[in-house]
Design a protein around this ligand. Structure first.
Ligand code: GLN
Length: 229
């Protein structure tokens, strides 16, 4: 039979939250990135095209979007965790991440303790926000809706530092040499592709493709493409 029955609109619709480079960001009108390429492999195994739906992270991580059939999958550099597992189902892990700290170069902030009484930017609904709430005692947390707003606030000095995933922060500082990553926090996170709760048919298919692309070199190829090593 055709795997087209695994998706609900003749396309593989992907909920994501832009921008989150190098996992997903806009290049002109196109959405590109590591997650986009990875989900393209899944779409191609299903013999359908991927269609990306840009939507707030809150509705993605809460499971609301998937369970309302807004999308077939969510791929948003999203960390697998227990709370989220209650509201959506994850594929096997496809990427390792950890929380990290970004500041303007030359500022004396290399730990959360250094940010006591200072402004620390966090991104709404993320594991980084939860980590900062728990561990940045005495810092003033300033919430941003997306990564770009958070990074601009750090760069312009509107906040003293920001917390987010290491992969996106290293990608940013590469192009913004007036900023730097000064700490990593070893939160030991893993990203997963999410499906609606109970959609085991699609989840199993995704796991199969993830295994395939890791063994046939396609995973390594897109890793090199987006992370350059
Ligand atoms: N990995 C983090 C989380 O899952 C951030 C994801 C994101 O902002 N797209 O909360």
């Amino acid at each position: 039979g055709s795997d087209i029955s695994l998706v609900h609109s003749g396309k593989l619709t992907t909920c994501t939250h832009l921008p989150y480079a190098p996992f997903q960001s806009k290049e002109g009108k196109k959405v590109v990135g590591f997650d986009v390429d990875l989900v393209d492999f899944i779409a191609s195994a299903l013999k359908v095209k991927q269609e990306i739906v840009d939507t707030p992270f809150e509705g993605i991580q809460s499971g609301e979007d998937l369970n309302a059939n807004k999308c077939d999958v969510a791929a948003a550099g999203m960390t697998i965790n227990e709370v989220r597992e209650k509201n959506l189902d994850f594929s096997t892990p496809y990427f390792e991440a950890t929380q990290a700290l970004v500041t303007k170069k030359g500022k004396p902030y290399s730990s959360l303790a250094d940010l006591k009484g200072k402004k620390l930017a966090v991104q709404q609904g993320t594991t980084g926000e939860a980590y900062a709430q728990k561990n940045a005692k005495g810092a003033e947390l300033v919430q941003f809706e997306d990564l770009a707003l958070l990074l601009t606030a750090v760069k312009t000095g509107q906040v003293d530092a920001g917390v987010n995933d290491n992969g996106v922060l290293y990608d940013y500082v590469k192009d913004n040499p007036d900023t730097e990553v000064t700490a990593e926090f070893n939160t030991g996170e893993q990203y997963g592709i999410a499906v609606r709760t109970g959609n085991d048919a699609l989840r199993k298919k995704i796991n199969k493709v993830l295994k395939q692309v890791r063994s046939d070199g396609r995973y390594d190829r897109i890793y090199k493409k987006w992370f350059g090593t």
